[in-house]
Design a binder for this molecule. Structure first.
Ligand SMILES: NC(=O)c1ccc[n+]([C@@H]2O[C@H](COP(=O)([O-])OP(=O)(O)OC[C@H]3O[C@@H](n4cnc5c(N)ncnc54)[C@H](O)[C@@H]3O)[C@@H](O)[C@H]2O)c1
Ligand SMILES: [Zn+2]
Ligand SMILES: [Zn+2]
Length: 380
C-alpha cells in the first residue's frame, strides 16, 4: 500500500473553467477511489480532437468547470474495495469507454458497447455515486469521459483501465489509449478491407493516419487520403497513403471525384473528421454491390446524416465504431504488444511534446492543424 492510499491527494490539474478559454493549472483535491474504482498517477497524456470539441463546446453540451483528457498512460496509485485485478504500481492506460465483463455486450464477440461503461460524453461524475472525485476548496469539478487525464492524479472505474506490459514506454504507448487504437481498429476490425483493395481515409489526423496504417497492414493496394489541410499530405506518405484528394481543389462533390478515380467507387472508406458532410461523402464514395463505409469522427450534437435510400438498396453498407471496436481491458494489452514487437510504429504519430505547464500549446497546435499528437509531460 502506498502512503497516500485512502487519503485525499492534493495535486496539479489543468482545469477548464469556461468554454474555449485557456486551461488553468490549479491545485485540486482528488478523493480516494471508492468500490470498484482505482486512482492513477498520470505520467503522460496527449490531446485528441474529442477533448477540443467539448472544450470549445460549440457543437457539444457545455459542462464546466471540467478536467478534460482521455488519451494517457500512468501507474496505479491505489485501488478501492473489490478491485482484484489491478494493484498499486501496475502500468495502465485509461480508456474512455469501459468493459464490465458481465453485460451482454461484454460477453458478445462483436460489441464493445458495454452497458455500464460505454462512452458517455455528458456525464461529469462517477457512476457509483453520481459524485465527482475532484474539488477545489470544496467545490466539485466535473470529470470528462470517466478519465480526466489532465490531472496528476485521477479516479476511474476499474473497467476503464487497461493493464499493460510494464516494459512499454508510457510516453509512446499513451497514444494507444485513444487515437491510434480507434483508427487502426476501425480499419482492421470493422472495415476489414480485403487484400488488394482500395481504401479511402477522410481526415488525416492521428486517427485517420492510424486508419491508413490499418489499411496498409491489411494489404490494401491503394490508400486515398482526403483532407482539407494540404500540410497533411506529405506527412501521410509515411503512413502508407498513396494518393491525395483535397475537396477544396474540386468543383464537384468529393465523392464524385473518388468514384471517377476508382472506376465506380472505393472498396472501403473510413471517416475520421467529425464533419457531417465528410461522413456523407465517405458513404457515397464506396462501390455499389460491396462497399463498406465506417464512421469514426464525433459529430456535432445536432448533425443529421442525409443520403438517398437507393444508396443502400444498391448494396452499400454504412457502419460506425467507437474505439475501433476494441474491448479496452481484453484487447488493448495486445495492441501495446504490437508496438513492442515493432508491428505498429507509434513514434511517427508523436509530432510534439510540451510540459504540463504549457498544455494550452497542445490545443493551439491541434487547432492550427500542425500536430498529430502532442505529448503532455505531467512532470513538467
Ligand atoms: N469514434 C471514436 O472512438 C473516436 C475516438 C477518437 C477520436 N474520434 C474523432 O475522430 C476525429 C479525428 O480525430 P483526430 O484527433 O485525428 O483529429 P485531427 O484534428 O487531428 O484530424 C482531423 C482531420 O480531419 C480534417 N478534416 C476536417 N474536416 C474535413 C472535411 N470536411 N473533409 C476532409 N478532411 C477534413 C482536418 O483537416 C484534420 O486533418 C475527431 O472527430 C475525433 O473526435 C473518434
Ligand atoms: Zn480520443
Ligand atoms: Zn459490460
Amino acid at each position: 500500500m502506498s502512503s497516500t492510499a485512502g487519503q485525499i491527494i492534493k495535486c496539479r490539474a489543468a482545469v477548464s473553467w469556461e468554454a474555449g478559454k485557456p486551461l488553468v493549472i490549479e491545485e485540486v483535491e482528488v478523493a480516494p477511489p471508492k468500490a470498484m474504482e482505482v486512482r492513477l498517477k498520470i505520467l503522460y497524456t496527449s490531446l485528441c480532437h474529442t477533448d477540443v470539441y467539448f472544450w470549445e463546446a460549440k457543437g457539444q453540451t457545455p459542462m464546466f468547470p471540467r478536467i478534460f483528457g482521455h488519451e494517457a498512460g500512468g501507474i496505479v496509485e491505489s485501488v478501492g474495495e473489490g478491485v482484484t485485478d489491478l494493484a498499486p504500481g501496475d502500468h495502465v492506460l485509461p480508456i474512455f469507454t469501459g468493459e464490465c465483463r458481465e453485460c451482454a455486450h461484454c460477453k458478445s464477440e462483436d460489441s464493445n458497447m458495454c452497458d455500464l461503461l460505454r462512452i458517455n460524453t455528458d456525464r461529469g461524475v462517477m457512476i457509483s455515486d453520481g459524485q465527482s472525485r475532484f474539488s477545489i476548496n470544496g467545490k466539485p469539478i466535473y470529470h470528462f469521459l470517466g478519465t480526466s487525464t489532465f490531472s496528476e492524479y485521477t479516479v476511474l472505474h476499474v473497467g476503464c483501465v487497461a493493464k499493460i506490459n510494464p516494459a512499454a514506454p508510457l510516453d509512446k504507448v499513451c497514444v494507444v489509449s485513444c487515437g491510434i487504437s480507434t483508427g487502426y481498429g476501425a480499419t482492421v476490425n470493422v472495415a476489414r478491407p480485403p487484400k488488394g483493395s482500395t481504401v479511402a481515409v477522410f481526415g488525416l489526423g492521428a486517427v485517420g493516419l492510424a486508419a491508413a496504417e490499418g489499411a496498409r497492414a491489411s494489404g490494401a493496394s491503394r490508400i486515398i487520403g482526403v483532407d482539407l489541410n494540404p500540410k497533411r499530405f506529405e506527412e501521410a506518405k509515411k503512413f502508407g497513403v498513396t494518393e491525395f484528394v483535397n475537396p477544396a481543389d474540386h468543383k464537384k462533390p468529393v465523392q464524385e471525384v473518388l468514384v471517377e478515380m476508382t472506376n465506380g467507387g472505393v472498396d472501403r472508406s473510413v471517416e475520421c473528421t467529425g464533419n457531417i458532410n465528410a461522413m456523407i461523402s465517405a458513404f457515397e464514395c464506396v462501390h455499389d454491390g460491396w462497399g463498406v463505409a465506417v464512421l469514426v469522427g464525433v459529430p456535432h450534437k445536432d448533425a443529421e446524416f442525409k443520403t438517398h435510400p437507393v444508396n443502400f438498396l444498391n448494396e452499400r453498407t454504412l457502419k460506425g465504431t467507437f474505439f475501433g471496436n476494441y474491448k479496452p481491458r481484453t484487447d488493448i494489452p495486445g495492441v501495446v504488444e504490437k508496438y513492442m514487437n515493432k508491428e505498429l510504429e507509434l513514434e511517427k504519430f508523436i509530432t510534439h511534446s510540451v510540459p504540463f505547464s504549457e498544455i494550452n500549446k497542445a490545443f493551439d497546435l491541434m487547432l492550427k492543424g500542425e500536430s498529430l499528437r502532442c505529448i503532455i509531460r505531467m512532470d513538467g
